[in-house]
Design a protein around this ligand. Sequence first.
Ligand SMILES: Cc1cc2nc3c(=O)[nH]c(=O)nc-3n(C[C@H](O)[C@H](O)[C@H](O)COP(=O)(O)O)c2cc1C
Length: 200
Amino acid sequence: MKTILAIFSSLNGTQGNSSKLANDYLSKIESDESVQINRVDVASLALPHLTSEEMQAWMTEASERDESQQALAKISDDIVETVKAADEIILAVPMYNFGIPSSLKAYFDRIARAGITFKYTETGPVGLLENKSATVFAARGGVYAGSDFDTQTPYLKHFLNFIGISDIQFVYAEGLNMGEEQANKAFADASEKIIELTND
Ligand SMILES: Cc1cc2nc3c(=O)[nH]c(=O)nc-3n(C[C@H](O)[C@H](O)[C@H](O)COP(=O)(O)O)c2cc1C
């Protein structure tokens, strides 16, 4: 059984362009009975910013945590378990104000756990998640891929590498707010790439 964790982050739910791209990909593989898809919508999850209290809870031995710390640690523990259980991670990522959605950042903040998903060594950090791949579906109003203004691609690669995921594919739909013709072309190109990926 292959487990896929699909993480959505559009403010527009299933109508979001990034959600539509990711769901196009998922629709091509979900009939396969050997594939199980878990969906998480971090926009509706509405995790708060990471706090000092929450980090403190992580650093307190599980047996020593008080009731409030147990609840705080559980937020990240549950997310990490979901990520660990996945063979492939799908990220549906809109560009909002030149970066990833803050809801997705809040989710990532619960995934990066020293000693659990990465460790520090004398030669630098080492990711502890093994044998996972990731596919990113990026939707943008403007055009950024390959330019210095694409903050998302290097950030996502770096974050995923940091926790041990280096097999990463990107599908872009760009210029979606630059007129109908450009938007149609962007979706057609993304759709072709999705067909390529699902035929692999
Ligand atoms: C709050 C907000 C901020 C945005 N900021 C940017 C931006 O910085 N750059 C850009 O190219 N498009 C920007 N857009 C346009 C979105 O990237 C575009 O509509 C994309 O399709 C959103 O993905 P979604 O439909 O999955 O939410 C922004 C849209 C919103 C709602």
